[in-house]
Ligand binder design. Structure first.
Ligand SMILES: C[S@@+](CC[C@H](N)C(=O)[O-])C[C@H]1O[C@@H](n2cnc3c(N)ncnc32)[C@H](O)[C@@H]1O
Length: 224
């Protein structure tokens, strides 16, 4: 999907985005995001770029550590909600594939459920790498098309039937939630994401969460 289409899709569900996240993940998204921020262990005043920030959930957690997050997203409506929630959060309307920042501008970067939406995930990872300082950390939190084998049939049923049904009922935007399901099914396997990150120059560690339905990738840029 083109950037304009993606921005419109997320803008159309922005108002109910957080509520739906909590319902569809049965509240597990709180745990996934908390783990993401914990693993990059932000220090006070560190500059953190929240790429594909949406309504700013990861930025909110980074603020609790005393870090200085900056939220970037394509969707004005999502950022508007982030700003309403977090009055002091700087936000930038921009594209993850062409970050409007100089090299080595950030101590760490996070990308929660954004990679799968990028037209070119490899470029997104390269851009994150470029703007990190040497030794900087990147956390990517993303759904996986490869959950544990015993969960797979239920997971696929859940994605194909329940997610569009509930998403449609609560937001009136069934097609947006169909996109969510399709984008998860057709997304890169964990091994492929790790390969992209390693090829870019990150050393990578990862955690499979909730029986492999979600994977947290932690990349470290080499010290120089
Ligand atoms: C599923 S939401 C995730 C929001 C938030 N990070 C979270 O954890 O809830 C994906 C976000 O990525 C944004 N997005 C998609 N493609 C993008 C791009 N190329 N550049 C910047 N943001 C993008 C969308 O507008 C949307 O807000």
């Amino acid at each position: 999907m083109e950037n304009k289409g993606i921005a419109e899709l997320f803008s159309s569900i922005a108002q109910r985005y957080n509520l739906l996240n909590h319902i569809l993940s049965l509240g597990l998204d709180f745990h996934w995001r908390a783990k993401t921020i914990k693993e990059i262990s932000p220090e006070k005043h560190e500059k953190i770029l929240d790429i594909c920030a949406g309504t700013g959930d990861l930025s909110a957690l980074a603020l609790k550590y005393g870090a200085k997050p900056l939220a970037l997203d394509l969707s004005y409506s999502m950022l508007k909600i982030a700003r309403k929630r977090l009055k002091n959060l700087p936000v930038v309307l921009g594209n993850a594939l062409r970050l409007p920042f100089r090299e080595r501008s950030f101590d760490a970067a996070v990308m929660g459920f954004g990679l799968r939406n990028l037209k070119d995930p490899a470029s997104g990872i390269r851009e994150a790498y470029r703007v990190l300082r040497p030794g900087g950390r990147l956390a990517i939190l993303e759904f996986s098309p490869e959950p544990s084998w015993f969960l797979r049939p239920f997971y696929m049923l859940y994605l194909k039937k329940l997610v569009p049904l509930l998403g449609g009922l609560i937001t009136g935007k069934r097609e947006a939630y169909l996109h969510l399901s399709h984008s998860i099914e057709s997304f890169l396997k964990p091994r492929e994401v790790i390969e992209l990150m390693e090829r870019t120059g990150f050393s990578v560690n990862y955690f499979k969460l909730t029986m492999g339905t979600v994977v947290l990738y932690i990349g470290k840029k080499e010290e120089q």
